[in-house]
Every structure is written in structure tokens, then in C-alpha cells.
Unconditional design. Structure first.
Length: 267
């Protein structure tokens, strides 16, 4: 009799634990192929998303991870349609990118040492919309240039040389490529004072993109061998200055090395 009561108690505890588990929904992301705005207002007074922070004590694991709940449901993303086991709810990065807090920029936790896939999670039409920030590329240096999320102050984020994501307004722009078939084969090094022009240092030029209009300017260079980012910025500061074209777009152009440049222009 005692054993029967004990077994019943265990069953009740087991069922109670199961009932406490959050429901899970697996989402298959779509590829983002055009510029798009993600800034819907929340529906009702309830919070749309909840970011759950998990601290890891194991030094072999990521120090901090995140999980995302959409209303009361745990969000799981299917990274590979052909592999159901690729679905994961573990994120190494999660940040709201609009004041409405209905859009998140997230990155999958990847312990391989490479930047994990990056997605936009957004409320659209009352539903959760998941968009992948990935564009196929055949560039020879894609591995070294795939740096994940690079934050540009409070203005926004450069994603793998291929996307620019604005903060506050949650707009996503495709950065125009030098070659349509490959990711920009250069290092993102700085932006214009108005943050609208992105500058990439390639082996032969300063490739510059005004992301809102897709207007580009490719300033050819003959640069010395430089290692650190600080050295590269100093060299650019000494040899180039910001100038506006007839459309009011700001680009870096070669200038007289004797010109006095305000260092604030390059911060």
C-alpha cells in the first residue's frame, strides 16, 4: 500500500513538472531578399517578446545564452529544412531593435568558433515572422569576412558585410555588393559622420555604399601594408576626407596629406 501511494505521488509530481514546461514552436525562417521594415506595434498591453538570460558556469560553454519567448511560447528556429535536429532555441545574442520592442535581432549560439546564423524575429500582422539575414556568396575570403554582428554605435548593425540593420526603426537594408555573386571582399572599417555611408577597405579600394539609396563610390587606393585597425584608420585619416556629392551623399575622397583633419570625423 505504501509503495502504491509513493508511486501515485511520483506520478503527480511528474505530471506537474510536465505541465510547467513552456510550449515550444519551431519556425522555419524565410530569406530576406529586399529592403524591409519591421516595426509593428504590439497587440494589446501584453509584452510580445521575453528575453530569458541563462548564465553558464562551465568554462567550455558560452558564458551567456538567451532564449526567446513569443507570448507564452518558446521560439525554436529550424536552421536546415532537411535536418529536423538543426532546430534550436539557444541564442548567443538577442537585442531589441525598435522602440516598440516587437522586433529582435538574434544570433544562434555556435560553439564551433564561427559566428552563428543571424535572424530577425518580428511581430507582423499579429504573427511571429522569422527572417534569415543570409545571402549566398562565392567569395574567396568569405570565412574571414564573416564576422557576424558589428554594432555601429547606437545607429545600427552591419551584418556579415551584407546587411545593415537600423536601430530604433528596425529597418533592414541589403548592402549593395561590388560583385553580385560575392560578399564584399573587404573589411568594414568606418561609416560617414551621418552614418549613412558604409566604408569597406578592400585590397585595391575604399568601397563605399550609401545603404539607403544604393549609390556607391569606389575610391581606388595604393596603400601600404597595415596590420591593426588603428593603423588603417590613421592612414585613411591622413589621406582622405569626407565630401558631399551633388545628391548630398557623403563619401571619402583622396585629399592633400597636408590638410588638417578633425579626428571627430572618423569616430
Amino acid at each position: 500500500m505504501r509503495n502504491l501511494i509513493f508511486a501515485l505521488l511520483l506520478s503527480v509530481l511528474f505530471i506537474g513538472c510536465q505541465q510547467k514546461q513552456d510550449p515550444v514552436m519551431v519556425y522555419t525562417p524565410r530569406l530576406l531578399t529586399t529592403n524591409e521594415k519591421f516595426n509593428d506595434s504590439p497587440v494589446g498591453k501584453e509584452s510580445t517578446f521575453e528575453i530569458i538570460v541563462k548564465q553558464n558556469d562551465d568554462t567550455h560553454e558560452l558564458k551567456e545564452e538567451y532564449k526567446i519567448k513569443f507570448h507564452d511560447t518558446l521560439v525554436r528556429i529550424l536552421m536546415n529544412k532537411a535536418d529536423p535536429s538543426s532546430a534550436t532555441e539557444r541564442f548567443s545574442y538577442a537585442q531589441f531593435i525598435n522602440s516598440q520592442k516587437t522586433t529582435l535581432l538574434v544570433q544562434i549560439a555556435d560553439e564551433s568558433g564561427l559566428p552563428g546564423p543571424i535572424y530577425i524575429l518580428a511581430l507582423k500582422g499579429g504573427m511571429l515572422n522569422v527572417a534569415s539575414l543570409y545571402r549566398p556568396s562565392t567569395g574567396d575570403h568569405d570565412i574571414t569576412l564573416t564576422k557576424g554582428i558589428v554594432q555601429l554605435g547606437r545607429a545600427g548593425y552591419v551584418i556579415n558585410n551584407d546587411f545593415y540593420v537600423t536601430n530604433v526603426s528596425a529597418r533592414v537594408y541589403l548592402i549593395k555588393r561590388l560583385d553580385p555573386e560575392e560578399r564584399i571582399q573587404g573589411e568594414f572599417i568606418l561609416s560617414s559622420p551621418d552614418k549613412a555611408t558604409l566604408v569597406f577597405l578592400t585590397p585595391t579600394s575604399l568601397y563605399q555604399v550609401h545603404y539607403e539609396s544604393d549609390v556607391v563610390f569606389n575610391e581606388k587606393i595604393s596603400k601600404p601594408a597595415l596590420d591593426s585597425t588603428e593603423e588603417k584608420l590613421a592612414w585613411i585619416r591622413d589621406n582622405f576626407s569626407w565630401e558631399k556629392n551633388k545628391k548630398g551623399i557623403t563619401f571619402l575622397k583622396f585629399t592633400d596629406s597636408d590638410r588638417i583633419v578633425d579626428i571627430k570625423e572618423f569616430r
